[in-house]
Design a protein around this ligand. Structure first.
Ligand code: UP6
Length: 261
């Protein structure tokens, strides 16, 4: 899986968002996902004006924003269109199917109306995927299922990871891929490995986050799309730092698919 170029893997994707994301990566030559973990709409929009051209995916935590409005979503969507990136709401749904369906479609944020894809825990069982599968209203959407986490001491076991992958494979039309840390987690080349916990500056934060380098996640750990948050967002110049991450990730991607590792 990890030796195939993204444009080939686009052809093998069974979910339309995964296909689009592979194609965006191949076209823009970036596999950087920016996690915009900021709490005001202007700070997010200003940052995306500067770095939108360098990313394939923007990951939001919509519920940390203090001045959320429908207008913010309009602006975010127009940036996504202008710069050709997709939007992942990192909600990490983890309840019974019925509740998750309501959380996805309703409430203040109406995630289903604007997010191309969302993150979901497998913990509650298959009903969570059934619920999301039935909540599409005919629009394209995708799910990244959490098969592993980056944080120290997390309770996910190898068995849980394996069962998570099995569950996902029953929903090929819904599944974009996995939030995971290792290349052995799944084999299917049409699915995407989204890997957070990446930074150049530090190896951990004070609250359990563990970081690997861009080179390690690309060459050893099988990452396809790489999530960077504070490595860019908290940098002195987020714009130039985004470019640094984009370049080092792409260089290692090219090395990986060239087979000369
Ligand atoms: N995230 C992780 N690890 C996981 C899953 N998700 O860090 O296993 C998310 C966090 C955060 C981002 O919720 O938004 O990825 C990482 O941010 P950071 O680069 O600032 O640590």
């Amino acid at each position: 899986r990890t030796l195939l170029p993204y444009e080939k893997r686009a052809e093998l994707a069974t979910n339309s968002i995964a296909k689009e994301l592979f194609n965006i990566m191949a076209t823009k030559k970036t596999n950087l996902c920016l996690s915009v973990d900021l709490t005001t709409t202007t700070s997010i929009l200003d940052l995306l004006e500067k770095v939108g051209e360098h990313v394939c995916l923007v990951k939001t935590h919509i519920d940390i924003i203090e001045d959320f409005s429908a207008d913010f979503i309009t602006r975010l969507k127009s940036l996504a269109k202008r710069f050709n990136f997709l939007i992942l709401e990192d909600r990490k749904y983890a309840d019974i199917g019925n509740t998750v369906s309501l959380q996805y479609l309703k409430g203040l944020y109406k995630v289903a109306e604007w997010a191309d894809c969302v993150t979901v825990h497998s913990l509650p069982g298959e009903g969570i995927l059934k619920a999301l599968n039935n909540s599409t209203n005919g629009v394209s959407q995708g799910v990244f299922l959490l098969a592993e986490m980056s944080s120290e001491g997390n309770l996910i076991t190898p068995d849980y990871t394996e069962e998570t992958v099995k569950m996902a494979l029953k929903y090929p039309n819904l599944m974009c891929g996995f939030v995971c840390q290792n290349k052995s987690t799944f084999k299917e080349p049409g699915l995407i490995q989204l890997t957070p916990g990446v930074q150049l500056e530090s190896t951990k934060d004070g609250l359990g986050q563990v970081y690997n380098t861009p080179e390690k996640v690309m060459l050893e750990k099988g990452a396809d799309v790489v999530v960077v948050g504070r490595g860019i967002v908290a940098a002195k110049s987020p714009e130039s730092q985004a470019l640094v991450y984009k370049d080092v990730l792409w260089k290692n991607y090219l090395k990986r698919v060239s087979g000369k590792m």
